[in-house]
Write a protein that binds this ligand. Structure first.
Ligand code: IPE
Ligand code: IPE
Ligand code: MG
Length: 243
C-alpha cells in the first residue's frame, strides 16, 4: 500500500489504538543550547497538537508515555518541570472533555504525586468517565512491570477474600486488572528519537503491537510523521500467530 500525498490509509487499515513513547525532548533542547526543561515544554505542546490530529484522523484511543517509574532517577529540577507542565495541562483540560466529549485516563500509580496534581487527575477522570468520544490515556509514573505487579496484588486479594478462585484467573482476568481495562490493545506503537526499545511501556498490552521507530525528536514530531507511521502500519501483515 503506497502513501498517497497527504492522505491517510483507508479506514479499515488505520490503527484504532496508538501508543506513543514521547522521547527525545532532552536531546532536542541540548541541540539548541537550551535547558532540558525547554524540550519538555515544547514536547507538551506537541502532545496536545498530536492528540487533536489523532482525533481528526479517527484514531479511537491514544496512549502517551509522559513519565516512567524510572524517570524519578532524573535531577529533581527536571522532574519538577515535567510535573509543572502536567499541572498546567490538567488545568486547561476542560475543553477536551466538555466540548469534545473525550475521556481521560491516567495510567500509573498516583500515590507519590503531589496531592493537588492527584486531585486534578482524579477530577478529570471522574468528569470525563461517561464521555463516549476519543479516549486519551496519559502514562504518568507508569511502568509496565509495576502495572503487572499491581494486577497480581489485586487478584491475590480477591483470591484471599474468596471472591475469585486461582484456577479462574485467565488472560482476560489479568487484562481486566490493568490500567487499560476495557480498552483494545494498542495496534501501533510509535517511538520517535531513534531509540528502539519499549522502556517498560505497555508490556502486557503490546504483545502483538506493530512498532514504528522514527528518527525524529518528539518536539519536532508533527501530523506528517503521524500519517507516515499510519501508512507504515497499514503496510504490515498482522498474523497473530496464524498464517
Ligand atoms: C522524553 O524525553 C520525556 C521523558 C522521558 C519525560 P527525554 O527527556 O527522555 O529526552 P532524551 O531522550 O533525553 O532526549
Ligand atoms: C521513556 O523514555 C519514557 C518516556 C518517554 C516517558 P526514556 O528516555 O525514559 O527511556 P530510556 O531511558 O531511553 O530507555
Ligand atoms: Mg529519553
Amino acid at each position: 500500500m503506497e502513501q498517497q500525498g497527504n492522505t491517510l490509509p483507508p479506514r479499515e487499515f488505520m490503527p484504532k489504538h496508538v501508543g506513543i513513547i514521547m522521547d527525545g525532548n532532552g536531546r532536542w533542547a541540548q541541540k539548541q543550547g537550551l535547558p532540558r526543561s525547554a524540550g519538555h515544554k515544547k514536547g507538551a505542546e506537541v502532545f496536545e497538537q498530536i492528540v487533536k490530529d489523532c482525533r481528526e484522523m479517527g484514531i479511537e484511543v491514544v496512549t502517551a508515555y509522559a513519565f516512567s517509574t524510572e524517570n524519578w532517577k532524573r535531577p529533581k529540577a527536571e522532574v519538577d518541570a515535567i510535573m509543572e507542565l502536567l499541572r498546567s495541562y490538567l488545568k486547561r483540560l476542560d475543553k477536551f472533555h466538555r466540548e469534545e466529549n473525550g475521556r481521560l485516563r491516567f495510567l500509573g500509580d498516583k500515590t507519590p504525586l503531589a496531592p493537588d496534581l492527584r486531585q486534578l487527575m482524579e477530577k478529570v477522570e471522574a468528569d470525563s468517565a461517561d464521555n463516549t468520544g476519543m479516549e486519551v490515556n496519559i502514562a504518568v509514573n507508569y511502568g509496565g512491570r509495576a502495572e503487572l505487579v499491581r494486577a497480581a496484588q489485586l487478584l491475590a486479594q480477591k483470591v484471599s477474600n474468596g471472591e475469585l478462585s486461582a484456577k479462574d484467573i485467565t488472560e482476560q482476568t489479568v487484562a481486566d486488572h490493568l490500567y487499560t481495562c476495557g480498552q483494545p490493545d494498542p495496534d501501533l506503537i510509535i517511538r520517535p528519537s531513534g531509540e528502539e526499545r519499549l522502556s517498560n511501556f505497555l508490556v502486557w498490552q503490546s504483545a502483538y503491537a506493530e512498532f514504528v521507530f522514527m528518527d525524529v525528536l518528539w518536539p519536532d514530531f508533527n501530523r506528517e510523521h503521524l500519517a507516515q507511521a499510519c501508512w507504515e502500519y497499514a503496510r504490515r501483515n498482522r498474523r497473530f500467530g496464524g498464517v
